[in-house]
Ligand binder design. Structure first.
Ligand code: AMP
Length: 375
């Protein structure tokens, strides 16, 4: 199957070719025909499966086609709602990349920064708006945004929205959307609250599902180190010194821990930066840009800050601390081994994390291979 077989139009094919996308991923194969058919979609897919293009391409194509017929009106016609600023920025970049030959305008808004640049762009008129819930409601309240002309609505990472406490914001946003619209709903997991939410907003949806959250991608090699807690930092320095030039994302349970790890690594001469909620949006974005460009080798992140971090060909993920929720393990290591690339995930487990390890292994249905700590 190619993108052409999926009836993707020339202007988008040209952009995809430049991105180096040769074949659609499974979620794209399944979701694009449904979305182009103007049907509501319930997509069970986690980050890393190519789900952004699965909704961005049909929306761009349908909007570009309609614009040709009707001529330009600069009302917002597509709304993508996503939980974090990082994810919002990445989705916006995807619309930029895929839609560069369509003439459509897009804009991203999120909190934690001044609103002027965002409202200036909105005033010039946009077709596609990518937003986090809080800033969207804020700017609607101030009269900068109307959702009355929305034809396409994407709710992205619905389960994370719920985890992050956005359900009330979403419930405020939903009634502001027109009744008649196409809705594409994406979630990595389907806990009961998400099923209820999806039922309340989707009309006869087609369900598509790829790599359920309990299964980890085969292209990721997963290993485990049993290590005493105080020895974790030495192990990390040892491993990273061996793997110079390898982009590595390290997960820390706490913000304080992330800063501490960054200090230890920098002292050992390993370029690293930490991102977490206590840092300003600019500092987070800068750290992400440095990491993406290869300027810093190691990024240390908390789970919230790492949501949606999208780096092409990230080679290694290290769980410095095991996550409390086993599903988070799957999300974390899904940052590597993307779109067919291979990757490595290493986990450090100390005595008090044994129970967490047991839960993770139960969820993924296999035992992690143990490596011995280098002397
Ligand atoms: P996503 O799940 O949307 O965050 O996408 C994960 C990664 O896969 C991103 O880095 C995309 O650029 C990349 N990607 C998406 N679709 C394709 C494709 N068809 N071929 C190659 N890479 C892709």
């Amino acid at each position: 199957m190619t993108f052409k077989d999926l009836n993707i139009t020339e202007s988008l094919l040209r952009a995809l070719d430049q991105k180096g996308y040769k074949t659609p991923t499974p979620i794209q194969n399944q979701a694009i025909p449904v979305a182009l058919n103007k049907k509501d979609l319930l997509g069970l897919a986690q980050t890393g499966t190519g789900k952004t293009a699965a909704f961005a391409l049909p929306i761009l194509q349908l909007l570009a086609g309609a614009e040709k017929k009707k001529g330009t009106s600069r009302d917002i016609k597509a709304l993508i709602l996503t939980p974090t600023r990082e994810l919002a920025i990445q989705i916006d970049e995807c619309f930029e990349d895929y839609g560069k030959y369509t003439g459509l305008r897009h804009c991203v808004i999120f909190g934690g920064v001044k609103q002027k640049a965002q409202t200036d762009t909105l005033k010039r008129g946009v077709d596609i708006l990518i937003a986090t819930p809080g800033r969207l409601l804020d700017l609607i309240g101030q009269g900068f945004i109307s959702l009355r002309e929305i034809e396409y609505f994407v709710l992205d990472e619905a389960d994370r929205m719920l985890d992050m406490g956005f359900i009330h914001d979403i419930k405020k946003i939903l009634p502001l959307l027109p009744r008649k619209k196409q809705t594409l709903f994406f979630s990595a997991t389907m806990p009961p609250a998400i099923t209820t939410l999806s039922r309340s907003i989707l009309y006869k949806p087609v369900k598509v599902e790829v790599t359920p959250v309990s299964s980890t991608v085969d292209t990721i090699r997963q290993y485990l180190y049993h290590v005493d807690k105080p020895e974790k930092k030495n192990l990390l320095v040892q491993l990273l010194s061996k793997e110079k030039n390898q982009s590595t994302l390290v997960f820390s349970k706490t913000k304080h821990g992330a800063d501490k790890i960054a200090r230890v690594l920098c002292k050992a001469g390993i370029d690293s930066e930490a991102i977490h909620g206590n840092k300003s949006q600019n500092a987070r974005q800068r750290a992400l840009t440095n990491f993406k460009s290869g300027k810093t080798q190691v990024l240390i992140a908390t789970d919230i800050a790492a949501r949606g971090i999208d780096i092409d060909q990230l080679e290694m993920v290290i769980n410095y601390d095991l996550p409390d929720v086993p599903e988070t393990y799957v999300h974390r290591i899904g940052r590597t081994g993307r779109a067919g690339h291979s990757g490595t995930a290493l986990s450090f487990c100390c005595q008090e994390e044994q129970k967490l390890l047991k839960d993770i292994q139960k969820l993924i249905g296999k035992k992690l291979d143990t490596l011995s700590v280098p002397a």
